[in-house]
Design a protein around this ligand. Sequence first.
Ligand code: 5GP
Ligand code: ZN
Length: 143
Amino acid sequence: MTECIFCEIVAGRAPASFVYTADLTVAFMDIRPITPGHTLVVPRRHAVTMREVDAASWTAVWDVVKRLQAALYETPGVRCEGINLFVADTPVAGQEVPHFHVHLLPRFRGDEFGLRFPPGYGTIAERAALDQQAQNIQAVLRS
Ligand code: 5GP
Ligand code: ZN
């Protein structure tokens, strides 16, 4: 046994309800669905955070996300009027399983799921501050 439950699932040593399997990635049902149809897309290769995911696995994961989102809208028994994609990158962002994964979360009117915004949210930021942040990020991207 490794320490990582998703590695165990990928290796077939722990059970999961798969919806898709391929060379670089798999998708299976979340064991504690927020709404019916809640699915996880996971690279086979262990990587904890987004930074650690190799380029080929990254592309494969997001390609599956694209295909799965379309399928969820059509799936009988899945009330899918909309979808949230969610990635929790590191525990401070809510990551519980330390193996990168993308949540596909079917949404419907009245599902009672929601995001909680911090106090003060809604204030339009100063343009100068936004420009400064954009420049700072650009500088990192270029480096
Ligand atoms: P995170 O907060 O890390 O983004 O979310 C981890 C997700 O993995 C949770 O939604 C949780 O229900 C799901 N999960 C945790 N353990 C298992 C498991 O053993 N099997 C499956 N299918 N899902 C799991
Ligand atoms: Zn793992």
